[in-house]
Each structure stands twice: as C-alpha cells, then as structure tokens.
Design a protein around this ligand. Structure first.
Ligand code: PEP
Length: 247
C-alpha cells in the first residue's frame, strides 16, 4: 500500500517572516498519518521553516538544486547545502524551470542522479502542454520525459523517487484535469516505470498529480488508483492547504 504524498510548492512566494506565519497556521492542522506532507519553499525560507517544523512530521523540500557538488556556479545551490539544513525533498524539472530556466530532460536526469546519490528524495515533474494534448501526443511525450529522468537510475533507487504528473495547461490556471484525464496519464507513467524496471518498482513508486488542485477536487483526484497525492501550487499558500492534506 503506497502512502499518499502531498507537497506544497510555494514557488517564489513568502518572505521568511511570511513563511513562518503560514507554517504556524498549518503545522498543527495537517494530518501526517494518512499522507507524507512536504513544504517546498524558496531557498531563503528553508532554514527558518525547517526550524519551525522541528518536532512535526512535516518535511521540508527545495524547489531546485544544481547537479554539481560545488564550485563556480554563481547563484546555484548544491545537494549538500540542502541536506545540511535538514531538507529531505527537492522538486526537479518543474515546468516553470523547463520553460523559463532552460531545464532540459538531460539536466533533469543529472539532478535526479545527484539528488539520489546524496540522499535527497527527488520529486520529478513531467507533463504536456495544451498543444501536445490537443495533438494527442500526451502519453508519448510524458513517457519520453519519464524515461529520460530515470536514465542510469537503478531499480532500488527508482522506488524512492516521487513523480509528479503536472499538465502545463492546468498549472496555475484554475483548470484542473478531470480525475479520468489525470488517472489515464498517471497509469501510463506507472506502466512506463514497469517497462523500464519491473512491476514491483511500478507498484511502489509514488505518482502525484499537480495542476490547480484545491480543497474541493483533491478527494476525487487522490482517490484514483494511480494517483498517490498531489503537488500543489497556489492552494498551498493558504489555509486551504489544510483541506487538501486532510481531504
Ligand atoms: C505547481 O506549481 O506545481 C502547481 C501545480 O501549481 P497550481 O496548483 O497553482 O496549479
């Protein structure tokens, strides 16, 4: 039985002071028995948020990292830096990073390998554009993204990775994929994992849905057979996140 995992992606929102206010509001309210809960916060919020979450079962996640260990990469943050401050998860390959910051399938794979090597849990984002959905190439496209992300990842390592299916047309738009649309692609992703590895890895790996999840649609989406929780943007910045986690 896979435990659900619900992660908030705060994106570039909340100063450290504002972050602490939100953590204070949510930390005693979210149910961490039913689901693993992660707050993926901006880099500057990681230290105070990790401190504020001590003694809870809510984990802290970053939204990106570099694939090199250290060195002359101005503006970047390494896996060791994240680990040193208590970060457990890292989002890799979010569509906004692919779109605005030249993240490619190749860099996503490098980051996945580095995160795993260092002991961080990657939350790897995949998903199609509206144009791709309209051209009926969604599953083909997502399969390529999944296969690239797992290049050189062993089956034992793959089990611990979290995948997030996030159709780009549903992110931040208020348009949610129907539970059938989301399930269809999440099931195809699981099948792809079974093809790369075997059924036992596919049965164990957790696949989230992301794209305008809110308190009203979370229950139906997370109730689908191949959807193991959600990656939540906008609604993770509000008290509403409580109703998503406690769906
Ligand atoms: C996201 O940023 O990963 C996301 C799914 O955003 P939203 O929930 O706002 O659509």
């Amino acid at each position: 039985m896979r435990k659900k995992i619900i992660a908030g992606n705060w994106k570039m929102n909340k100063t450290p002071k504002e972050a602490l206010e939100l953590v204070d509001l949510l930390k005693s309210k979210v149910d961490t028995d039913k689901s693993d809960v992660v707050f993926c916060v901006p880099f500057v919020d990681l230290i105070p948020v990790a401190e504020a979450l001590k003694g809870t079962n809510i984990a802290v996640g970053a939204q990106n990292m570099h694939f090199q260990n250290s060195g002359a990469y101005t503006g970047e943050v390494s896996a060791d830096m994240l680990l040193d401050i208590g970060v457990k998860y890292v989002i890799i390959g979010h569509s906004e990073r692919r779109q605005y910051f030249n993240e490619t399938d190749e860099t996503v794979n490098k980051k996945v390998l580095k995160a795993i090597e260092k002991g961080l849990i990657p939350i790897v984002c995949v998903g199609e554009s509206l144009e791709q959905r309209e051209k009926n190439v969604t599953v083909d496209f997502v399969r390529i993204q999944v296969k690239s992300a797992f290049k050189d990842v062993t089956s034992e390592q793959a089990k611990g990775v979290v995948l997030a299916y996030e159709p780009i047309w549903a992110i931040g738009t208020g348009i949610t994929a129907t539970s059938e649309q989301a399930e269809e692609v999440c099931a195809a992703i699981r099948k792809t994992v079974a093809e790369i590895y075997d059924q036992s890895v596919a049965d164990e790996i957790r696949i989230q849905y992301g794209g305008s999840v809110n308190g009203s649609n979370a229950g139906e989406l997370f109730g689908m057979a191949d959807i193991d929780g959600g990656l939540v943007g906008g609604a993770s910045l509000k008290e509403d996140f409580e109703s998503i986690v406690n769906y």
